[in-house]
Ligand binder design. Structure first.
Ligand SMILES: [Zn+2]
Ligand SMILES: [Zn+2]
Length: 360
């Protein structure tokens, strides 16, 4: 079957990847669309340890086509994939907090092979393949009426952005928000802040081309900054008292330092971007003294089985928009070009079409 394999030195579109049958508690998903997220580039850039060769991809939508024993999801069910392969029976899982389950980091038996040799499955999903096998807790049913490209984004960029604002920062109506970085996740943070009723949704980015889409999704102000050094002073120029929530959506130490520096008294800084593994950050401890908080955030800190269906319902009801985030849809064979465009800041979200429909 078709897949995109990172060999350790290049991205190779192949048509001879094999996928094993589902074990008890697992499902086989035919992937129809998969978004390219910055996190997919972490193994490529050496920012996280990853066995190679590997099938990247973790933000995807598809259809259940096979299931192991003990799975009651129907064949043909449309689903969004999740990286959270939580155990389902620990205290965190029973409390509805799957992002706190220690079991989510365990890998299942080898899913992919090529000529008999194992091919790794990135973050237990490996979505850049026509078929993948995941745990049944990793598939979230969604209505058929949601387009595949939109459904794919629900699995990472949308759930992470909305969760960070609603569940982690717990932004309340009338509060102010500063969003650092208007990429695929940052733009969802913008929309989540708007829907939460924020009084001001201020976005800063180095790329002035992001202003139009940021404003479309709810930004009330857009600040072009030269770099991290600029962020605190520029933010202070529009809000000297600071912001109630500051969301760092890039994953850089200097920007997290800036996020803390831009907080109002009682404000919450949320680390939404995923930094390289060895990153350390420095800030003045006294900066947190006025009841401020610095919060980590894993996949939006939400239960995808509760949160994604709610976002899907809001999308179908017209309460939130997702389509404008999809900049382009391309086949796996155009991966190198799509990665280059992501790095250049040209994409809000680039999506791979695995169903073989014509790209737009
Ligand atoms: Zn992602
Ligand atoms: Zn658990």
């Amino acid at each position: 079957m078709e897949a995109l394999v990172w060999t350790g030195s290049r991205l190779e579109a192949v048509d001879d990847l094999e996928v094993r049958d589902p074990l008890p508690g697992e499902v086989t998903v035919r992937v129809d669309a998969a978004g390219l997220c910055h996190s997919d580039l972490k193994p490529v850039d050496g920012d996280i340890a990853q066995a190679v060769p590997v099938v990247l991809g973790h933000e995807a939508a598809g259809v259940v086509v096979d299931r192991g024993a003990g799975v009651d999801l129907p064949i043909g069910q449309k689903v969004v994939l999740s990286v959270l392969r939580n155990c389902g029976h620990c205290a965190a899982c029973l409390a509805g907090l799957p992002t706190l389950c220690r079991g989510t980091t365990e890998s299942p038996p080898t899913v992919f092979t090529r000529y008999g040799a194992p091919v790794a499955q990135f973050v237990r999903v490996g979505a850049f393949a026509r078929h993948t096998v995941v745990g049944q807790q990793q598939v979230v049913p969604v209505p058929d009426g949601i387009p595949d490209t939109v459904a794919a984004l629900l699995g990472c960029a949308v759930v992470t952005g909305f969760g960070a604002v609603w569940e982690r920062a717990r932004l309340r109506a009338g509060e102010s928000a500063l969003i650092i970085g208007a990429g695929g996740i940052g733009l969802n943070v913008v929309q989540a802040a708007k829907v939460a009723g924020a009084s001001r949704v201020v976005v800063c980015d180095t790329n002035p081309r992001k202003e139009a889409i940021a404003r479309r999704l709810g930004a009330t102000e857009f600040l072009v900054v030269g770099g991290a050094d600029d962020v605190v002073a520029t933010a202070a120029s529009v809000s000297p008292e600071g912001f109630d929530a500051v969301l760092e959506c890039v994953g850089r130490a200097d920007l997290l330092t800036a996020a803390v520096g831009a907080l109002a008294w009682g404000g919450r800084a949320v680390m939404v971007g995923l930094p390289p593994a060895d990153t350390t950050v420095t800030f003045g401890m006294r900066q947190l003294f006025q009841d401020k908080a610095l919060l980590g955030c894993r996949m939006g800190s939400v239960d995808p089985h509760r949160f994604i269906p709610d976002l899907a319902r809001r999308y179908l009801a017209g309460e939130i928009v997702i389509d404008p985030l999809v900049t382009t849809v391309v086949p796996l064979t155009e991966a190198e070009d799509l990665v280059a465009r992501l790095r250049s800041g040209d994409l809000d979200r680039g999506v791979f079409d695995l169903a073989g429909r014509s790209p737009r």
